[in-house]
Structures are given as C-alpha cells and as structure tokens.
Design a protein around this ligand. Structure first.
Ligand code: GLN
Length: 479
C-alpha cells in the first residue's frame, strides 16, 4: 500500500482510496509529512508542522473505518492552517516576531469542526505578519515563493496557504481574508480560494486584524473541495456573536452544472485603466465560456469602487490599532530586555516585535481614530462603506452573480512592490470591495499569461448565496 500521487490528491480521491483500502489515513499523514518537509525549503509555505497531531487524527480515522463508523466528510484529508488561526498546543506566530513563541491555548471553531470531520491538520502556513500584506513578503520569518514561478510572490496575505495547495503539499488549506487575502493569492498561485459571506464562518480563534472585515475561508485544487470544506466549517457559533444563523445549504449537492439563464453582472469599473491586458483577455474568455453555458451577461456599475482602497485602509487600520494593543509584552508576547521603566518596556517590546507594515498600520489607525480626525476620516469611511454595500445590493437585485478579474496583474516578482505601499495596496482593488460589503466571492483559475502565470476569475454573489457562487464556479471549471 502506498500513496504514490500525494501531490495531486483531491478530497474525493482520498475518500475513495481509504474506502478501497488503497492506503490508510496514517499512510497519508506520513506521506504528507515527508512530502512537505522535502518541499518546504523551496517554497517556504509552512512556518511549523503538526506531525504528531496529524498522525493522531489519522489513527482515529483508520479506527473508525475499521469499526465500520462514518469517519467524516474530510476523513484523512491533510490541511494547512494559516498561522493566524489557533490550533491548541501548536504555535501561532501570526508570522510576527512578537508572537515567536506563542502556543495556542485553544482551537478555533473552524478548525475544531474540520477536525471533527476527520481532517488532518499538518502544519501552520506562512503569511504576511498579522495578515497585513499582498505578497507574503511581510512575514517576519521568510517569504513564500510562488510554485508557478518561484521568482515571483504567491500573493498575500495567505500566501503560504495558497502555495501549499499549489505545490501539492496539501489538498486543502485555510486562509483568512480581510481585504483580498484569500482570493488574490489563489489567483496568483492558480488554485481555488473562497471568501465566505461575513459571519458564515466563526471567527472564534482567528487572531484579529480588523474584526468587521475578518473572515476564515478555504483553498483547494478544485471548486468541489472548497464547497465541501466550507460546508463543514459554516454555521452559527455561540462563541462568535457576529457568526450568522443563516441556513447552510448542501453546497456539494448543489453542483449540478446547470447555470442556464443565470444573470451575471459585468461591472465596468473592474475592467478600467490599470488592468493588465493579458489578465483582461483571460477573464473575457472566461466570461464568454460562461455565456456559452447559458448565462446571460448584464453590464452593471458599482459606482463607489474608486473609493474602496481609501475606505478600506481607514477602517482596517483603525480596527487593527485597537486589536493589536493587546500585544504589550505583559501577557503572552515576547518582552523587550532593553527597558528600565514600564512605558519603555511597552514601547520597546512593540518596536522590536512588530515589523514595518504592522507599525505603519498601527500609527495610521491610531491617527484616524484620534479626536479631531475621527469625524473626518473614520466616520466618513464608515459612510462610504455603506455606499459600497448599497452598490452591491443594487447590483444583486438585478443579477445572480458578478464576474470580474481577481487582481489587476498576475503574480509580480519578489521585491517589485516592497518599497511602495500604495502600489502593493492596489493589488487588492477588485477584492476589498466585497470585504467592505460583506458578500461572498471565489477565485477560480481561468488560464495563464504567455509567461505561464496563473490568472483568476472572480465570481461574487450576494450575502449567504455561496450555493450560487459554487454552482457557477464548478460549472465553469468543468465546462
Ligand atoms: N492586502 C490587504 C492588506 O494588506 C488585505 C489583507 C487581508 O485580506 N488580510 O490589508
């Protein structure tokens, strides 16, 4: 018995292999560890591994199979968890020096649910520090390389999760997204990435960046696997008051390929100046393919799109400055040794522990919340956020979904944007709008540029309409 095609396994293939006894869950866990440890030095996708945890979970799956019990919807499936999502007893560094030795005291609800469904948590994925970034170059440890083009970034902030799936290290991964951090790296690496509706997945156990914008969501090699993973994680959690009670459809059962007559909005603001011509062509081809499947295209407008980047960077920095105040050297972070007084200790701990981008955001966020500026910036941004929300509500009154590019360019070379934060921020121009509005979205691979760089098609749907989004993405993928 052997797992000889580990790097291309899907959830279905694992389930079949386990049932037909082609391999055991323990063999998958062992192969996952061997493969990941061999590949990780090349890509830097993981910050740590959870070999013992994965092996224990695999033994439990094998026992259930032997006893004739249902081992769960994700039985024996290896999964990478972004290092901002807590897994009890494992490190949770948020890719920051300030949490270098922090070990999670409890497990996030999303992870608890997927482990109950039999998944094997194999390691903690690299990311931008505290999920702030679009290239994974803000990790305090090492950058991640894009498996499709190792001289290029994998996108961010969930770059390690996307790269782990793209490099064959795990069939599934969890990422987090506040403003593009799942869909943008998915498009850069050529895998599927999903932003669930805000509240769909509990944030309990997700290290907070900007609480009104933070989401946990899946990465996978195909749409069906993300649909299954989201189905397992989704639903109300009493530990997160913002988690939603909305009914969770059987997303996998809904993948019937029938998208005839569905109306898809094409927003003109997402095809304007700044969009790479090859990305534009690939997305237009994907739109033509959806038309061939029977979808009807409708020209729409999301008029407040141009304010999205500014709005996002006021709100997310404000919330980040409050959320990151807890890292003070007193409780669970590292503590500076260069301090005589308490205030020196606070100051030096934060100065030594946080990287440049995180520091920039804390300063900006503190400023926009300060008296005198709160009305001019933070409150104004909240009002514009409402207008962006309304743009989407108006659009979804007319169409079933919206189709756009995920990011204006394909993966860029390592180092290309590190000296220009604004350039970096613009990489999320097509994704941050839906985080502000709270609706769901998916990035599904739609070909590559002439240099072989993956391109993603974005399908956005209304709040809690993940079923429609998955059906469209799956029909496109299997066209
Ligand atoms: N790139 C965006 C930022 O740096 C989004 C990050 C995210 O979604 N976590 O804030």
């Amino acid at each position: 018995m052997a797992v000889d095609n580990y790097s291309s396994l899907t959830v279905d293939a694992i389930q079949q292999g386990l049932r037909s006894k082609a391999f055991s869950a323990v063999e998958i866990a062992q192969e996952a560890q061997r493969f990941c440890e061999a590949e990780n030095p090349t890509y830097g996708a993981f910050l740590s591994f959870c070999a013992a945890r994965a092996l224990n979970a695999a033994e439990a799956v094998d026992k259930k199979l032997a006893d004739g019990e249902d081992p769960g919807a994700l039985a024996g499936v290896p999964i990478a968890i972004k290092d901002v999502i807590l897994v009890e007893g494992e490190k949770n560094t948020c890719a920051s020096k300030i949490l270098e030795n922090f070990v999670a005291p409890y497990t996030a609800t999303a992870v608890q649910r997927i482990e109950q469904a039999g998944a094997l948590v194999i390691g903690k994925a690299n990311c931008d520090e505290f999920a702030m970034g679009s290239s994974n170059e803000n990790s305090a440890y090492y950058p991640v390389k894009n498996p499709a083009a190792p001289d290029r970034v994998p996108g961010g902030s969930s770059g390690g999760s996307a790269a782990a799936v793209a490099a064959g290290m795990a069939p599934l991964a969890l990422g987090s997204e506040t403003g593009g951090s799942i869909r943008q790296p998915a498009s850069f690496c050529g895998v599927v990435g999903v932003l669930p509706t805000y509240g769909r997945v509990s944030r309990y156990g997700l290290s907070a960046f900007a609480s009104s914008l933070d989401h946990i969501g899946p990465f996978s090699r195909n749409v069906k696997d993300s649909a299954r993973l989201l189905g397992v994680m989704a639903g109300k959690d009493p530990r997160d008051s913002t988690s939603a009670g909305a009914a969770v459809a059987d997303y996998v059962a809904g993948l019937d390929g029938n998208v005839k007559g569905m109306k898809l909005g094409v927003p003109k603001e997402y095809f304007a100046a700044g969009l790479d011509p090859e990305v534009k062509t690939r997305v237009e081809e994907a739109i033509a393919a959806l038309e061939k499947l029977g979808c009807e295209m409708v020209d729409i407008s999301l008029p407040h799109t141009e304010y999205a980047v500014a709005t996002y960077y006021l709100i997310c920095t404000a919330e980040a400055s409050a959320n990151l105040a807890r890292y003070d050297g007193v409780r669970y972070t590292m503590r500076s040794k260069n301090a005589e007084t308490l205030s020196e200790m606070y100051r030096n701990t934060r100065h030594e522990g946080f990287g440049k981008e995180v520091t920039r955001r804390i300063i900006l966020g503190t400023y926009v919340l300060s008296s005198g500026y709160y009305e001019a910036y933070y409150r104004k941004a909240q009002k514009v956020r409402r207008l962006i929300y309304q743009d989407f509500k108006n659009a979804f009154a007319k169409v079933d979904a919206i189709v756009t590019p995920v990011s204006p360019s394909p993966a860029f070379p390592l180092g290309a944007k590190t000296s220009d934060p604004l350039e970096m921020y613009l990489s999320d121009i097509y994704t941050i709008t839906s985080c502000l509005a709270g609706n769901c979205g998916i990035s599904v691979p739609c070909g590559a540029t002439s240099e072989g760089l993956p391109v993603g098609l974005q399908i956005l749907a209304d709040h809690f309409a993940e079923d429609k989004m998955f059906r469209l993405a799956d029909a496109y993928e299997n066209r």
